[in-house]
Design a protein around this ligand. Structure first.
Ligand SMILES: Cc1ncc(COP(=O)(O)O)c(C=O)c1O
Length: 402
């Protein structure tokens, strides 16, 4: 069986994790600090804060911004549940917007979704392609939209407009107008979950790019404390210094810190990330060349005039089929020994959101793309021969179905 997205664990990773295990310090410590510094250099922002999951990073920022009951947050209908769940955790309402052919939020439809209650927009770089952030910035900076923003916390008063919080779970390494993902919105959050391009098994990172008068270092310091229950000192500061055992809890914080033993994996992954990206780009190229020969394929947009994807997911669409046929095609591909996936089942089709009143009929593009979508394997260890096997399996399955 060709797996969908196995992790790439080699001796280098095992050695670094072992070094961390033997160092006597396995939770948040020097390796986390180093990973944060290297990530901020890589992305081109002043500060990066690691966390134990992108989900928690997104929620932390919404809570820092003071999003709560009565507020609205704009999210795409076509995303992973984490994007909307964090809004619900804060007591606010996710306002879902349909997507375009690139699978990203349809920027033209954002404006109509904004009300006096809108506090944040969470664009998602689906499959790794950055959204059109300049167009989204134009919307939140439009004087008419700004005048409708009604701040209810000090942070919101200082911000004086809707915050753009990028769900960049898929897009580390992607580019947009000469900048890297992580530096494109006010705040961006990467995921380092096991299937992601750059993995720490579980984990995430918050990239701060806040506008003036915010001091990114200060916000980093404040939120770093909140990722550890609001403790004024972390364990390292307490244990390694005489007379430093005493601490305070300055706010009821969370437990979201990344441990060093996981940061060890990230350090090796980041060192060779360009090579990882090139390999993924190569696999996309092979798939594109193969599928462009067939008139029933719609290949994913991985490059446009503004930017380039991180090549995280290859969301092939089959033209002229319905959801039922697509499901049969998937079964046939599995029967050929190839594991595939669907990114994503739109949120309004899932029970949790249906129960809240969302209806898929309101998001025709999301449904249209979902019903024809099959995500193909993309990972570092996938050989050219295996790519050919995937293509053959897809071609055979589709030819027998349409
Ligand atoms: C678009 C998107 N956002 C957020 C997440 C959540 O990431 P994590 O598992 O690191 O919390 C994922 C995870 O797959 C995702 O695909």
């Amino acid at each position: 069986m060709i797996p969908f997205s196995p992790p790439h664990i080699d001796q280098k990773i095992i050695d670094e994790v072992t070094a961390s295990l033997k160092s006597g310090w396995i939770t948040t410590g020097p390796r986390v600090k180093k990973l944060e510094e290297l990530l901020s250099e890589y992305v081109g922002v002043e500060r990066v804060l690691t966390v134990n999951a992108a989900t928690n990073g997104l929620e932390l920022i919404l809570r820092w911004f003071g999003v709560g009951e009565g507020d609205e947050v704009i999210v795409p209908a076509y995303t992973y549940c984490a994007t909307a769940n964090v809004v619900l955790h804060c007591g606010a309402k996710p306002v879902m917007v349909d997507v375009g052919d690139d699978l990203n939020i349809d920027v033209q439809k954002i404006r109509a979704a904004i009300t006096e209650k809108t506090k944040a927009i969470i664009p998602v770089d689906v499959a790794g392609l950055p959204c059109d952030y300049d167009a989204i910035k134009d919307i939140v900076n439009d004087p008419q939209i700004r005048s409708r923003f009604s701040p209810s916390t000090d942070v919101q008063k200082q911000f004086s407009r809707i915050i753009i919080l990028s769900d960049a779970a898929h897009s580390i390494g992607a580019g947009y107008k000469g900048k890297k993902s992580g530096s494109l919105a006010d705040v961006s959050v990467f995921s380092f979950h096991a299937v992601k391009n750059l993995s720490t098994a579980e984990g995430g990172a918050i990239c701060f790019n806040l506008p003036k008068p915010f001091d990114n270092q200060k916000v980093y310091d404040e939120l770093r404390v909140l990722t550890l229950h609001g403790q004024s000192k972390d364990a390292m500061a307490k244990f390694n210094n005489i007379g430093q055992w005493e601490y305070d809890v300055i706010a009821p914080g969370y437990k979201m810190n990344m441990p060093d033993v996981l940061a060890a994996i990230g350090l090796i992954e980041l060192q060779r990330y360009d090579e990882i990206l090139n390999k993924r780009k190569h696999i996309f190229k092979l798939y594109n060349e193969a599928f462009l020969q067939y008139d029933w394929t719609q290949i994913p947009i991985s490059k446009n005039e503004d930017g380039e994807s991180s090549y995280h997911v290859y969301p092939l669409r089959i033209l002229g089929i319905d959801e039922e046929t697509r499901n049969k095609v998937i079964d046939k591909i599995f029967a050929e020994g190839v594991s595939v996936n669907v990114h994503f089942k739109p949120l309004p089709m899932l029970t949790a959101y249906k129960n809240l009143g969302y209806r898929i009929d309101d998001y025709p593009n999301a449904y249209n793309h979902y019903s024809r979508e099959i995500s193909l394997p993309v990972y570092y260890d996938l050989s050219d021969l295996q790519v050919n096997q995937v293509v053959d399996a897809v071609v055979k399955a589709v030819s027998n179905s349409i």
